[in-house]
Ligand binder design. Structure first.
Ligand code: CA
Length: 419
């Protein structure tokens, strides 16, 4: 239950991320067990696409409402200007994907008067997507959808419909599972006009506490993501506006969407075989406002290799690759089953010799094991090493080293794969 528990908790609280598989402890987190890199906001440090931005063609006036006080008395609208070309007046898409802790009052705002908008996050690799939180600065949309792609935008799956009136907006019965496209359901829970400021929309990829291995085939099918798309389909005014309309001669410019925070919570996708990730090919850093980018290329453990630890490392193919087991915590590591003590100098095959040499060069292998390996194969390797250890200065272009084959591996051979 290790990993699942953590992902379940992570949906509710960042503090939960520090437990079990995701915890940072004295022992490496991947040591003899399933592990996963830390969760984070996949939108952070990445470009988010929108269709419009406030003040894209010059300065625009807009007005907005703060929340009614405890007596439900509305305060007057506050009006301001936006201009996408002026830093102090701009509300670009990057305003919703910066740190919600360091920059809580930055936001993206659409152009005034739009009927609908699209907010899209394109990732450069596959990631786990566990949940979504959107914090609005305008009233939440009266209708909205959430979709995801697992093939870099070629196909999309509907995850959730949101509407204040599900049947009117989408022809769906509120809360009924399997009603919409791809079996998605509709909820009205996050579509009320109140609060007019800092209202949230939330989505959880997995139902709470579901007993599902996140690294298994079904778990991956649900959690894997390359793109997230949010369609804001219908604007709704803040109820406070009705009061202003009664006294004003003309309508205030309040028809826009605005979002403080887009939090796409997830992690690097490593099949339970890594605790750390580095930038994946295709990652394009944006103007850096954070150190907490969730990167997409795994630093593989458990003798695995590949961007997502999706195969066994060379020399560790003695049983088929498997993802780690997120329910039992079993690492399912790739193994070399060569028995070093059974090797003899006379009978050691090229492959066995290479394996022994790899073990000798590995960290985390006991000295006794290294000595045993050396006793059986070092003579061979030293022979090769001496033969192959001519000073570089004696070489000329016409005197070439023998081709690199397993037979001429050097004694100080060090594995090149991550471990
Ligand atoms: Ca922000």
């Amino acid at each position: 239950m290790l990993v699942l528990f953590v992902i379940g908790v992570a949906m509710l609280s960042d503090a939960g991320l520090s437990v079990e598989v995701f915890r940072a402890g004295v022992a490496p987190r991947c040591e003899s067990r399933a592990c996963n890199p830390r969760m984070g906001n996949l939108a952070l440090g990445r470009r988010v696409l929108t269709q419009t931005v406030c003040g894209n063609n010059g300065t625009e006036l807009y007005c907005s409402y703060s929340d009614p006080n405890t007596n439900l008395a509305c305060s007057a609208a506050k009006c301001a200007k936006c201009n996408a070309g002026l830093p102090l007046l701009s509300h670009l898409a990057s305003g919703m994907s910066d740190s919600s802790f360091r920059h809580p009052n930055t936001w993206w705002q659409s152009a005034e008067g739009v009927e609908s908008e699209t907010v899209q996050l394109d990732l450069e690799a596959e990631f786990y997507f566990t949940h979504l939180i959107v914090v609005f600065r305008s009233p939440r949309p009266a209708a909205m959808t959430l979709e995801r792609s697992q093939d870099f935008g070629r196909t999309w799956k509907m995850l959730q419909y949101y509407a204040s009136n599900c049947s009117a907006a989408f022809g769906l019965e509120e809360g009924k599972a399997g009603g919409g496209q791809d079996g998605a359901s509709c909820t009205s829970k996050y579509s009320a006009a109140y609060p007019c400021n800092r209202g949230e929309v939330i989505y959880r990829t997995l139902p709470k506490w579901e007993s599902l291995d996140p690294f298994g085939e079904e778990g991956q099918q649900q959690l894997r993501v390359t793109n997230v798309r949010i369609r804001l389909l219908k604007h709704q005014p803040c109820p406070c506006q009705a009061k202003d309309l009664a006294s004003a001669h003309e309508a205030l410019p309040t028809q826009h969407f605005a979002i403080y925070d887009l939090i796409v919570k997830g992690s690097c996708f490593c099949n339970g075989h890594a605790e750390q990730c580095v930038p994946a090919p295709g990652y394009q850093p944006i103007r850096d406002r954070t150190n907490h980018v969730v990167h997409g290329k795994c630093v593989c453990r458990h003798n695995t290799a590949g961007d997502h630890c999706e195969r066994c490392a060379p020399l560790y193919n003695d049983r088929p690759w498997q993802p780690a087991d997120g329910l039992t915590g079993a690492p399912q590591e790739c193994r070399t089953d060569v028995s070093i003590s059974s090797l003899s100098h006379q009978s050691a095959s090229v492959t066995d010799t290479l394996r022994a040499a790899t073990l000798i060069g590995r960290r985390g292998v006991s000295l006794a094991s290294k000595a045993a390996a050396c006793a059986t194969v070092c003579t061979t390797l030293k022979d090769v090493s001496v033969r192959d250890a001519k000073p570089a200065s004696t070489e000329t272009p016409s005197v070439r080293r023998p081709p690199l084959t397993p037979a001429n591996v050097r004694y100080d051979h060090t594995p090149t794969h991550s471990s």
